[in-house]
Structure formats: C-alpha cells, structure tokens
Design a protein around this ligand. Structure first.
Ligand SMILES: [Zn+2]
Length: 360
C-alpha cells in the first residue's frame, strides 16, 4: 500500500513537471562571447584606441568594476540576478564548463542550423546557403497537433528565412525588413512595421536594428500568444565586426534588458505564467582579446567555437552558474528544447541527444 502510494506520488510529480512547461521562448544574440557573459567588459579591449573610438570613459563608466562578478552584473543584470539565482548557466570555461560548436565553421548559418536541427551538417558551409534541407525543431513543433500554427520566429538577419526554411515549414519568419506577419495586425504591430521601414539601415537590407525585431516579437507574443517563439538578435555580432566595443557591450546590455522584459511579460500572463521555458544562447564565439581577434570568428580564429547557454524553466533545479567540468555541444540544443516542452524531436537527419544534465 505504502509503495503504491509512493509510486503514485512519484508518477504525479513526473506528470506535473512534464505538464508544467507548455510554451518555450528561444533567444539568440549573435556572436556574443562567453568572455563577456561571464567576465563582463574586458579592459584590454576597452583601452585599445582602435576599439574605444575615443569613448573609453563611457565604457568604463557604464561597465567597469574590479571583479569579474561585478562587471558581469553591470553588463547583464538580469542574467546575473534572476537567471543565475533561479536557473542554469553553462559555458564558463574558467571552471572547465565547456560549450562548443560541433560544426567546423564557427559562423552564423552553420551555427543557427546546428541549434535548430541538432545536427552539425558539414554541407551547410555558407551564410548564403540555400533554404535548409533539414526539418528544424521549430518545423517539427509546427507539425505537432498541439502546436500547429502557434510557432513564430523573429530575426534581425534576413538569412533566417532560409535557415528556418520559411516556405516549406509554414512558420512565419519575420526576418530583417519583412513586415508580413500573421494577418489582422494590432495597432502596435502596424506601428512597428512602419518604423522598421522608415528606420536607419546600417546593414542595408541584410539586417535591421535589434529594437525592431524585439518589438515585433513582443507585439506578436501579446496579440497572437504563440506557444513557441524564437527571437534572434544580431547587433552583438555587427558591432563586434565593426570593432566598436562600446556598441557591442551596449547591444549585449540591451538584450539582457529585453530578456527581463520578456520574462516579466511571461510571468504576468496566465497562458505563460509558470508554464514557459526560456532558452538563451549564441550561434558562435569570437576570438580572444589578444591580437585583436575578438572582432572576428570563423575557423581561422582560435577559440571561436566557444559558446555558452542559459536555461530558465519552471521545475528545473536552481544550479546557477554551473562550475563542474562538463562538455556540451550546440547540436544538443534542439533536442533539449524539444524535451523542455515534453517532446522528442525526430527527423530524417541524425539528431544529437539532449543535454541531460539540465534536467537533473
Ligand atoms: Zn553570427
């Protein structure tokens, strides 16, 4: 009798954990280094004339502190208060906690494809690669009865139309200057679309400023209540390539503020409250501060495969910054994302196993 009772309790506990997470929001910020996520601003870069552009005072005022812990708090206060206090962060190599690209290229399309397909296909070797031949986890979600028509993606970069194979997948992918979204736009969505088309375009038609992607995604979240939402920010990568350290840090700081905004919304809405996971990561790393390689990435840049990820979800153990020696690969994210919402992602291509440690 007692054993049956205990088993029943155990099954009930498993059931509620599995049932709890009904929605997931995936956020990526392009090429944000683990070095800044875990260590905050790097004074060697900020002191270099080539990168501070005469504005080192601003960078130090905003982001400098003596310890790495204080600096990262200043750069990403939400990550280091809420996420670190209640959930899990991986990839601080100081503790031999390693996260890497499995693909051998260390740039964007291969990285995002690896995140979304769980497969480091070496054929995917260019940012101008054709529409993804593989069915991504988002497309898989959109084929599930409970999730059909409740999946959407917003990205600053135009390539996501191909990475997520918008045409085949049937998922609305609002990328760069796309304004088409699910019909019957709210007034807020119409305004965001108008501001986007009238905005400054530093990267021409390839990429918009993150602010438009963010508010388009927020407006969609409020108006359409998707169960799966992907938001892909791009400015961290663009400003790093441009060698503008201040704007790179500001972009990371802003993404952190938007994560807070997203989480506040999620926790204020009955569809999402305590039933939503957030998975946060990046497509690739960048070089080290030495030899000024932090601006760049790709497999000719040492260590540019080093990445990080964070996960927030009701029911997960509060591990904070994980300080044990572990190795994860980006190809594990797709199945991890599927399992967070109670699915097993299957596809015609090989799918790497989930990062089982996060569920322990
Ligand atoms: Zn990238």
């Amino acid at each position: 009798m007692r054993i049956i009772f205990i088993i029943a309790l155990f099954v009930a506990a498993l059931h509620t954990t599995a049932q709890k997470i009904e929605n997931i929001i995936i956020v990526t910020t392009d090429g944000l280094r683990w070095q800044e996520v875990y260590g905050g601003m790097d004074s060697a870069i900020a002191n270099n004339k080539k990168f501070h552009r005469g504005d080192s005072a601003y960078i130090f005022k905003q982001y400098w502190a003596v310890t790495a812990e204080e600096r990262r708090n200043k750069l990403m206060p939400f990550m280091w208060s809420t996420v670190a206090a209640k959930w899990q962060l991986y990839g601080n190599r100081k503790y031999n906690n390693y996260v890497n690209n499995a693909n051998p290229y260390w740039f964007s399309y291969p990285g995002y494809s690896e995140i979304m397909t769980g497969y480091a296909d070496t054929a995917i070797n260019s940012n101008s690669y054709k529409p993804n031949p593989h069915v991504t986890v988002l497309e898989f979600f959109n084929q599930q009865q409970q999730l059909k028509g409740k999946v959407a993606a917003f990205s600053a970069w135009e390539a996501f139309n191909r990475i997520l194979n918008e045409e085949r997948s049937g998922i609305p992918v609002v990328a760069a200057f796309d304004t088409a979204a699910v019909s019957a736009l709210s007034i807020e969505q119409q305004l965001v679309n108008k501001m986007l088309s009238d905005s400054y375009k530093p990267w021409h038609q390839d990429e918009c400023l993150d602010v438009f992607t963010h508010y388009a995604a927020m407006a969609h979240l409020k108006a359409k209540k998707p169960k799966v939402l992907y938001i892909a920010y791009g400015e961290t990568d663009e400003w790093a390539h441009a060698g503008q350290y201040r704007s790179y840090l500001d972009a990371a700081h802003q993404v952190d503020a938007w994560l807070q905004q997203l989480w506040n919304y999620v926790q204020s809405d009955p569809q999402y409250k305590n039933k939503t996971a957030l998975f946060i990561t990046t497509d690739h790393g960048r070089g080290d501060a030495v030899k000024t390689e932090w601006t760049s990435h790709g497999n000719s840049i040492k260590d540019a495969s080093q990445i990080w990820f964070a996960v927030m979800a009701p029911g997960l153990t509060a591990k904070g910054e994980v300080k044990t020696a572990q190795q994860f690969y980006q190809q594990q994210f797709a199945q991890t994302i599927a399992q967070l919402v109670g699915y097993t992602y299957t596809a015609k291509h090989p799918v790497a196993a989930a990062a089982a440690e996060i569920f322990k």
